[in-house]
Design a protein around this ligand. Sequence first.
Ligand SMILES: [Zn+2]
Length: 557
Amino acid sequence: MTYLVIARKYRPQTFEEVVGQSHIVETLRNSILSGRVGHAYLFSGSRGVGKTSLARIFAKSLNCPEVKDANPCNRCETCESISAGTNIDVIEIDGASHRSVEDIEVLRDGSQYMPTRSPYKIYIIDEVHMLTRHAFNALLKTLEEPPPHVKFIFATTEPNKVPDTILSRCQRFDFRRITPQDIVERLRQIAEKEGVDIETSALYQIAQASNGGMRDAQSLLDQAISFCGAKLTSEEISRILGTLPQVKVLDFIRFLNEGRKEEGLALIDEIYWMGGDLSLFLEQVVENMRNLMVFLSLGERGRDFSGAPLREEVWRPLAKTTTLPKAIAFTQALIAAKKKVRQDSQARVILEMTFLYLCHFDEFLRPSNLLRKVEDFSSKSSFSLTSPLTPKPTSSSTKGKLPVSASTPSASSAPSAIWKVEEIKNNWTNFLEILHKKLDKSFSLCLTYLEEAKCEKITSDSITICFFQDFLKEVVEENQEFKRALENLLFQLTQKKITVYFTYSSLSSTQGTLGGRGCKSGDSAEYSHLPEIVQKAIEMFQGTLLRPRETSSETNK
Ligand SMILES: [Zn+2]
């Protein structure tokens, strides 16, 4: 017997064998049983979900002389020739390659003749949306006055491209993506029949990779069997899919959460030299971050994309390494990096930079952090707090300084004083601190990135914030909710509608990428203009100051 690919060999032959489209199967069967069959059908849905398979079964049921309970016999000559695609009365047309008006005219002429051996002449047009406008017009004429012996079944992945005049003359059926459980179930049956031993986790991997398409899933299984033989493990499937084994991805997330830079960078290096696709890797990381967030919220009741429960022994230890707000912030950054990695030739650098950035998430030298550390230090030493960085009490607030009452954490949600928009630029540091206090914790990543930017321009109704790395700008810009929250807060503070713009400039990018521990501390001469206590603090915490210029302008006042 000749070798048949699995997708072909296990193509459903009866209504019962069609997986995951029971809503359509039932309707079609009933229409046959009740003798109310329409003359034109449109099957829409993504690729590999069973549209043409079901079209053939439907055609067989209409024409099979031995039809029983609406199911074709699959043994008679009619059934066999339809299955093989050689039946003279069931004409399959590929709309992508037969899209011209001439092609449709041939079809129209042919449809005038009675079927040769069967009750109906059935036209199955696949990818019907590919027809030209003139071809659709020609088709429409036939649909308007269809000969009673003719049935049309159109299949399409893009129903929105089919003209309304055609749609309105068809019974339309929208095929669903097939759920991972259904795919796994079907693959398991096939593997059994093929005598292949395959791990359940491997089946889920295939199901997930095939995006709800049964045909793709079966092709993958086919490929796996021809590569690996009769015993398939999750690791082998990973290799075929070009994905990394789950355990590596989880390791990466653990390193990220725990700030284990050396191990994380080593893992990226390993993936890189293995020839792994970094954007695919990031995709896996993001998907697993999603699972982690779900586990953090729902525990074992959470499920992954394939519908499988999140196993306690896998996710509990990982959940202990982070918090939900942190996981959300990390995922935002990773999604942004994923997009960037796909377009950029420096994929590895972007991945490493994102990794390091997030490793330092907790220890960024925010102005507020720095102040807190200085205050801690000061209370234990003889230094007195006279730094101009310290917010002054309201009573002594001078003109040009933001009303400090709004910046204290105890301030009510409505600030007691109205700000002047123009003052924000000169008080950028204070402003950022207020943002940290007022905005939701889920924006902490955006705020951290904002600290790496400067306020470039202010008008009476807009603020332009300039980043020195377009990557950071993109992360912040893509978070529409952050922009909205920022604008809302600005409205509260100034009683004016202010639009926030983000720009990027590669010039004057003197700021360091990373602050905090583990970084080379700045040259002390660089900070000679700062108050002594701040210099001490920078030295003590081996820190860098993120905005030397703004700070110095304040100092010089
Ligand atoms: Zn038959």
